[in-house]
Ligand binder design. Structure first.
Ligand code: ARG
Length: 570
């Protein structure tokens, strides 16, 4: 098999279009929306007829007379306004599955043009807990890195932590006056947040403290050794807390180049941009104006304030320069919430003016809502942190498996609870369209039925248990027999894994993969209801075992691309 059914049929259709003197570019084939009429379909005739003002059904008939799909599908049929419907030949399906069974990549071919990609995600702020926005960025970003790597791209992940900023004036002042060392040892971020809030509170009524905190910031920026040492310690302590969460989530970064890494680059960058005429002084501030971008016509980016201070935008421009110099990437992807859309529009427009050619993408997402449909908060009204969410998920999973399984060792039970709890949180994120806000509901997230990680993990476990019960393994060389409709539907679904994975990167949509896995699990369920496996006669049994095995592998593989593990029991 050279390619997926979609590619093979598309290739044949393009040859036919060419032979009919039509634009072969329009030869797109996709999985059928309604499998009653076929397995694959194309709207090429309708698209081309519109352009040529021709009759679509007539055009479709012309295509059919020219297309050669022998050995792959029956002659396509015209349906509706001019759809071409293809029904795959059972022998073709069987031979594709046979190949899949021996392919560790499950049919997914690496990208023809691998790219160098820098992926900026998670990027929490020091001395602040990771909030819901960071949860989405962390989980989405990690998934995109996994998928891109699997497709053969060269990915460098960089955690651009917010480790420099005006909050440090308050944190350092608080550190010097009210630090509780024991509390710092117990939960560093909580203590740093407390210091920050405490200073904020006092400042409101005490001008002298406000000034002192500002002086601490100026001293830090001027390189005062004591303040630098305190700053460094707050960064390391915060990072250690973040790392605990990353370890739990099995997420790692190639680089951790926070904002502070670019401090020395900001002044020279501003001078260079001014010299090149890209930035201009306006009312004392150095700005980049974007008359060429209508949406930004009234919205210049300020890169140096009139008091000489630099901004978030300045750091991001310096960061891009550095990344280009160091990695010459084809693309830089930022997984950051929608509220920063204007910031990235400005940065990207500035990059075009600077002559930077890498493809820059802001991968945005909405918020997570509580069950009251408001931004998720804890009972005391604070934004919910990632740490709390993960701990609660694992705790709930512990309770869930305690009621289901006996005969598990404490260690096994704990590892399964982690796999289920963390998987559920990740899947809740990845199964959503990233643009929409979603409601975080513990019961839905951990439900064993529905589009959830536990449902998919359970589907995997149930297939594995068929093999355990039968005391057998699938024979990868068994002959695949496709006769029942349910076998056919399952087999075609399996072939579509290879068509689904690459699409995830087209518009950064892990939910397409999640939904595919959910449909696959449902399809397997129908297959299992309709087709006995262990009790079938030997040749059919071997074929069905092989279909089951490929299903289990596809589920586990797809979940692993989402950063989710499968337990062997649950
Ligand atoms: N630290 C920022 C925040 O929490 C996100 C940084 C995103 N990355 C970037 N290169 N600006 O909002």
């Amino acid at each position: 098999m050279t390619g997926t059914p979609r590619e093979i049929l598309g290739g044949r259709l393009r040859i036919a279009l060419e032979a009919a003197g039509l634009d072969p570019e329009r030869g797109e084939v996709s999985a059928a929306a309604d499998t009653r009429f076929g397995d694959y379909q194309s709207n090429a005739a309708m698209v081309l007829a519109k352009k040529k003002k021709a009759n679509p059904r007539q055009l479709a008939a012309d295509m059919i007379s020219k297309i050669d799909v022998g050995g792959i599908s029956a002659a396509p049929e015209v349906a509706g306004a001019g759809f071409l419907n293809f029904r795959l030949e059972p022998e073709f399906i069987a031979s594709c599955i046979q190949e899949l069974a021996g392919d560790p990549r499950l049919g997914v071919v690496p990208a023809k043009a691998p790219r160098k990609i820098v992926l900026d995600f998670s990027s929490p702020n020091v001395a602040k807990p990771m909030h819901v926005g960071h949860i989405r960025s962390t989980i989405l970003g990690d998934c995109l890195a996994r998928v891109a790597r699997f497709l053969g791209h060269d990915v460098t992940t960089d955690n651009h932590i917010g480790d420099w900023g005006t909050q440090f004036g308050k944190v350092i002042y608080g550190w010097k006056h009210f630090l509780d060392r024991d509390a710092l040892g117990r939960d560093a971020i909580a203590e740093l947040v407390r210091l920050y809030r405490e200073v904020n509170r006092i400042e409101e009524t005490d001008e002298a403290v406000k000034k002192s905190a500002r002086d601490e910031l100026v001293k830090l920026q001027a390189g005062d050794p004591e303040n630098l040492a305190i700053w460094k310690e707050t960064v390391e302590l915060s990072w250690r807390e973040f790392e605990k969460l990353y370890a739990l989530l099995e997420i790692r970064f190639d680089e951790r180049l926070g904002e502070s890494a670019y401090n020395d680059a900001l002044a020279p960058l501003c001078e260079e941009l001014q010299r090149r005429g890209i930035a201009q002084v306006s009312e004392g501030a150095l700005c980049i104006f974007f008359p060429e971008v209508p949406a930004l016509a009234e919205k210049p980016a300020i890169i140096r304030k009139s008091d000489g201070g630099f901004l978030y935008a300045t750091t991001d421009l310096a960061t891009i320069e550095y990344r280009i110099k160091r990695w010459s990437p084809d693309a830089i992807w930022y997984v950051v919430g929608a509220p920063q859309a204007l910031h990235f529009q400005q940065i990207f427009a500035a990059c075009r003016r600077m002559g930077i050619e890498a493809g820059l993408a802001h991968i945005t997402f909405g918020s997570i809502l509580g069950e009251d449909r408001k931004i998720m908060k804890t009972r005391s009204g604070e934004n919910v942190g990632l740490a709390e969410v993960l701990h609660e998920a694992v705790e709930r999973a512990r309770k869930m498996i305690a009621t289901r399984q006996d005969g598990l060792s404490a260690e096994e039970a704990e590892s399964i609870a982690q796999t289920i709890g963390l998987g559920a949180v990740k899947y809740a994120e990845l199964s959503q369209n990233r643009h929409t806000d979603y409601v975080f509901s513990w019961d839905k997230l951990l439900a064993l039925d529905g589009n959830t990680a536990p449902y998919l993990q359970n589907a995997y476990v149930r297939i594995r248990s068929i093999f355990r019960r039968g005391g057998i393994e699938a024979d990868p060389l068994a002959k695949v027999l496709i006769s029942e409709p349910a076998e056919r539907i399952l087999a075609i679904k399996l072939l579509q894994y290879a068509e689904t994975v690459p699409v995830v990167l087209e518009d950064f949509r892990p939910n397409l993969l999640a939904n595919y896995l959910y449909e696959l699990a449902n399809t397997y369920h129908s297959f299992y209801e309709a087709c006995p496996v262990l009790k079938a006669e030997p040749a059919i049994r071997a074929s069905r075992l092989l279909l089951s095995e490929v299903t289990a592998r596809t589920l586990a593989h797809g979940l692993s691309l989402l950063g989710i593990r499968c337990p062997e029991k649950m």
